[in-house]
Structures are given as structure tokens and as C-alpha cells.
Design a protein around this ligand. Structure first.
Ligand code: PLP
Length: 387
């Protein structure tokens, strides 16, 4: 009855967990949501009447200009014609998949990587090859060899405050990865929804800014800086990719909602924007430090982790290889949720032995309580593993 691709359609574990975390009394470290009370309040009362009409598929010209200006400041030499405003940066992944992937098309991704990207690339039948990720990023030489061996259509990377790991590529890795992509003329999909959530001074120059000739699609979002409910994100692409991406966007949804684009364009022009970024950085830095402190006190014997220099996640690697989905069942029974590590890998793994902890919205008390409950569950599981 359905298309052959529906057989590859997987549910999003995170959405299932998120629906359970709505239970009263639940402490959730599972989602990647910005803190609700830290979102800006927009004025939706003074909207121009013409916004009620259909708009351009490419996006509102004023917002495209602002996005082009923003990415130029990051070192990506792009004009507004290279900007496509999207219904969330998630849409970039859908358009990328439609542009590059047929069943069996090789593609490179980090291991671990963003769950909903995997869900999408797999739906289109990509043959995913993994590049193991460490705190400094992927290994450029491994990228070169894997690409030469598998001949991928493109490479999907999240170099800045990665989801799920929180890792940020080092300056050396950034330069070397861009060089390899250029050498091989391998198209880069660079996904950067977390880049403004920076808490420590680290290099964040986009890989795309270091490219001289490889085609690129740079993806950005207003979900983590403003509000995800508006569903406004964007991509900036090499000129030769744009005609295809615009047509794919047209075919998908004609254009992104105009109200969201309008209020965001206005907001970006005000001092409120920069003040807001400074405020959320300070708030999330504090949230991060609170969770790191709780982990240090409760979990040192059980796991290890880095302090992420930005983003919304801590990636804790357990000292024993456990199936963290089983640990989740135990903590959920005590009203604590986190994201098990297994689904973040393109190649199915039985025991990832890693968990993702979101620190953006639980209170300090909830963090203390929740981490203590995770510690109990891990301790029990470690004992059972021995026996
Ligand atoms: C790596 C990554 N890419 C894309 C997205 C999608 O974001 P948006 O709300 O802009 O669609 C997310 C959301 O969490 C993400 O973590």
C-alpha cells in the first residue's frame, strides 16, 4: 500500500521519551529544548497585513539579507541569493536527503550523531559510513580514507557543540577537515543550531568558511537562540546547489511561515538580540556547571565526561559497556529521564555505554535528585554485570 521507503521509517525514540516526560513530577534530562522561561517574548500584535498572503519560497528578503550578513561575519562569503529560509533547520536535512540520496547512496556521518538526521537519511536509504568522534572532532585522515574507499555523495558534520556529544572541533581539526573536503571535492553539510550557545572561549569558525572549492550547505537555526515554536531556520549553500534546493523547498511547503520570519528579522535588528544571547549564555553556563558539579560528586566512579564548552548536552561515557536503554527503564520508574546513547549511532549497537544529559531546563534541586537516581541505577547495573 505504501512506498518502499516506508519500510525504513523508524520512530524517533526521543519523541517517545519526550511524551513520557510530560508526566507530572518527571525530571527530564532527555530533550534538547531551550528553557521556556528564557525565550524572548515577541510582539505579534503589529503585523503588516501583507503577511497574510503567500510569500517567496526563498524566504523574506529582509531576513535573507540578515542571514547572509551573519554568515559573512563567520567567514562564509555568501550573498542573500545563497540563503534559503526554512521551516526549522530540520528541513535542511530533508532537502539534503532529497538532493543527494537514493537507496544505497554512500554518505558520511559522525559517530555518534543527531538522531533525527539519521532517521531522515535512513528513510531515503543512505548507506551511512561512520566517522568516530572525539572531543577534538573527527580524524581528518580517517575522513580522507573513508571517503576514498566509499565514494560518498556528501558528508554531514556538526562541528560546534555537537548533538549528542557537546564536542567542539579543535582549530587544527577544522582546518584539516576543510582541506580534505576540498581535496576530494566532497560536499559538506554543516549543521550548526547550537553555535551561539557558547560558554567558554573556543574556536567556532565554520568548516564552510575554510572551504575553497568543495560544495557546501551550511545549516542554521533560530530554535535555540529564540524559540523553536516559530519553526524558522535556514541554509546557506554554494550557488550551484541553490536552484535545486529552492525547487525542493517549493515542492515541500511553498515557503516558511511569514510571521516567524518577520518577527525574527525585526528582533535581529534590535539591541535586544545581543542582550538576549548574552543572557542565555550566562544562564546555560550556570546550568551546565550545576550538572557537572552533581556528576562530579555522584558519578566519578561510574562514568567519565568532558565539560562541554557550549550547547545543551553532556555526553557521559560509562566505565562499563551497558545497554543504556535498560538503565533508562530503571530511572523512568523513578521519574527520571535521559537519552540513551545507542540510537545516536548509524550502525546499530547493542551497548553504546554512553548517555546524553541535557542541562538546559531542570532546576538545581531536580539536577541533584535526578543525577543521584541515575547514579543508583548505574551502580545496580554495574553490580549485576559482575554477578
Ligand atoms: C543537530 C541538530 N540539527 C538540527 C536540529 C533541528 O532544529 P530546528 O528546530 O531548527 O529544526 C536540531 C534540533 O535539536 C539539532 O540538534
Amino acid at each position: 500500500m505504501f512506498s518502499e521507503r516506508i519500510e525504513r521509517l523508524s520512530g524517533s525514540l526521543i519523541r517517545e521519551i519526550l511524551s513520557l516526560t510530560q508526566r507530572p513530577g518527571m525530571i527530564s534530562f532527555a530533550g534538547g529544548l531551550p528553557a521556556s522561561h528564557m525565550m524572548p517574548c515577541f510582539d505579534f500584535t503589529q503585523l503588516p497585513a501583507e503577511l497574510r498572503q503567500y510569500g517567496p519560497s526563498e524566504g523574506e528578503p529582509i531576513l535573507r539579507e540578515k542571514i547572509a550578513e551573519h554568515v559573512r561575519q563567520l567567514g562564509i562569503q555568501a550573498t542573500a541569493e545563497q540563503v534559503l529560509v526554512l521551516s526549522g533547520s530540520q528541513q535542511a536535512l530533508d532537502l539534503v536527503a532529497k538532493l543527494f540520496i537514493d537507496p544505497g547512496t554512500p554518505m558520511l556521518v559522525e559517530a555518534p550523531t543527531y538522531l533525527a538526521a539519521l532517521q531522515n537519511f535512513k528513510l531515503f536509504g543512505a548507506d551511512l559510513h561512520e566517522l568516530p568522534l572525539s572531543a577534538a572532532g573527527i580524524d581528518p585522515e580517517q575522513l580522507r580514507q573513508t571517503a576514498q574507499r566509499t565514494r560518498p555523495a556528501c558528508c554531514y558534520l556538526i562541528p560546534t557543540f555537537q548533538n549528542p556529544s557537546g564536542y567542539c572541533y579543535s582549530p587544527e581539526t577544522r582546518a584539516a577537515v576543510s582541506q580534505v573536503l576540498d581535496d576530494l571535492m566532497l560536499p559538506l553539510i554543516e549543521d550548526e543550531p547550537y553555535r551561539e550557545l557558547a560558554y567558554d572561549a573556543v574556536e567556532r569558525r565554520p568548516l564552510c568558511a575554510g572551504l575553497k572549492q568543495a560544495p557546501f550547505i551550511y545549516c542554521g537555526s533560530f530554535s535555540k537562540t529564540a524559540t523553536p515554536g516559530l519553526r524558522v531556520g535556514y541554509l546557506v549553500a554554494s550557488p550551484k546547489l541553490m536552484p535545486y534546493l529552492i525547487k525542493l523547498k517549493q515542492a515541500a511547503d511553498l515557503h516558511t511561515n511569514r510571521v516567524g520570519q518577520y518577527v525574527l528579522a525585526k528582533w535581529l535588528d534590535t539591541p535586544d538580540y545581543h542582550a538576549h544571547i548574552a543572557t542565555i549564555r550566562q544562564y546555560y553556563r550556570q546550568q551546565r556547571d550545576t550538572m557537572i558539579d552533581a556528576l562530579n560528586r555522584h558519578c566519578q566512579e561510574l562514568a567519565e565526561w568532558e565539560t562541554p564548552p557550549g550547547g545543551l548536552f553532556i555526553w557521559a561515557r560509562l566505565r562499563k559497556p551497558l545497554d543504556t536503554r535498560e538503565i533508562l527503564k530503571t530511572t523512568m520508574a523513578r521519574n527520571v529521564a535521559f537519552m540513551p546513547g545507542e540510537p545516536f549511532f548509524a550502525t546499530p549497537v547493542d551497548t553504546a555505554g554512553c548517555i546524553r544529559l541535557n542541562f538546559s531546563h531542570a532546576s538545581a534541586d531536580a539536577v541533584e535528585q535526578g543525577i543521584a537516581i541515575i547514579k543508583d541505577a548505574l551502580q545496580d547495573a554495574f553490580v549485576n554485570l559482575k554477578s
